[in-house]
Design a protein. Sequence first.
Length: 349
Amino acid sequence: CPYSERVWLAMEMANVTYDTIRIDNTGGTRPHYFSGQTPQVRWPEGKTQSESMDLVYEIDRRYANGIFQSQSMEVRELVSQFNSIFPRARPSSRAAFLFQMNGEPLWKSTFEATLKKTDDLLSCSPGPFFHGSQVTAADIAWAPFLERYRYQLPCLHQGLDPANPVVYPHLKRWYDAMDKIPVYACRVKGDAASWRKVLTMAGFGNSGLPPQIESNMEELLAKEEAAAMASIDMDVWHAYAKDRPYVQPTPHMEAAAIMIRNRRAIIKDILKQASTSVGKRQQLPSSDKEADESLRALVELLLNGGDASTTEISIDMRKAECMATFLDHRICVPRDMGAMAASALKVMA
C-alpha cells in the first residue's frame, strides 16, 4: 500500500520504535479491534489515527522535531500538488494511478503529461528534493507513487521511462537522491521485480495482463537482473545499519538473517510449491530434510558474501542456487526484505 509506505518511511526516517501489524485488505480475516482502512497508527496513549499525511505530520511533531517541515505552507502546497498532477484512474492501492475503469492502462500521453508536470515542479526547487536539499513531507508524500511509476510505466508503454535523464532531468536527479537516503534505499523502497509482480495481480481486471504488458516485462527482465548488483551501495547500507543493532552489517548477512528467522515458513512454502507442476520442473526439494539442507547451503553462501571459496565448509552450489532462484521469484520487496538484501539474493539466482 503506497499510503502505508508514506507512514513507514516517516517512521523510519525519524528512527521511531514501532510495532507493525499487517492487515489483509483483500478479504482475509482482520483483527477484531481493527476497522476502516490502512494505514492506521495507535499512539502510545491509546489514540488511533488514520489518513497517511496526517500521520506523517504527527510523526514529525512527536518524534522528528519538525525536520520534515510539515508546518511549512510551501511544503504543504507541494504535498497538495500531488492530487492535481497525478491522473485520475481506477481506484487501487496495489496498482495506483495506472489503469482505466475498463482495466486498460491509461494512455501513454497521460503518463507523459504527469511526468512532465512533476519534472517541472521539481525544477522550481534548488534540489534535489521537492523543497531543497533535504527530504521533507513533500518527498514522503510523492515517493511511494513515483517509485512505482519508475518501474511500472516501462511495462505499460514502450519507451516510457520516468528516470530518463534527458526527458525528465529533475525527476532523475530526485530518484538518484532518494536512492542515497539509507532508510529508503535499504528497507522501505520496493524493487523493479516486486512492482512488476503487482501488475500481474492488479493489472487487467485482476485476471492477468494485456498482452503488450507481458511482452514489455520480458524485455525488461534482463536489464533488471543486470542492475541487481549495482544497486548494492555499501556506504548507504553502513549508514542505515550503524544505529540499528538489529540490522546486519551487510545486505548478504541481512538476507541470511531474514531466512533464518523465517525458515519454518519458507520450508512450508517450498514444500507447497514443490507439489505443483512448476515446482517439479524446477526440481524443488520435496521433503523437510532436503528443503532444510538447501536453505542451509544458501545461508552459508550468503554469510560468506556469495563466495563459496572463502568458507571451510563445503557448500552444495546446486542446492544454494536452486534455493536462491526459488526465493527470488517468491519474495516481495519491501514486504519480505529490503531491496539491497533482495539484490544480494538475486545475484546468486
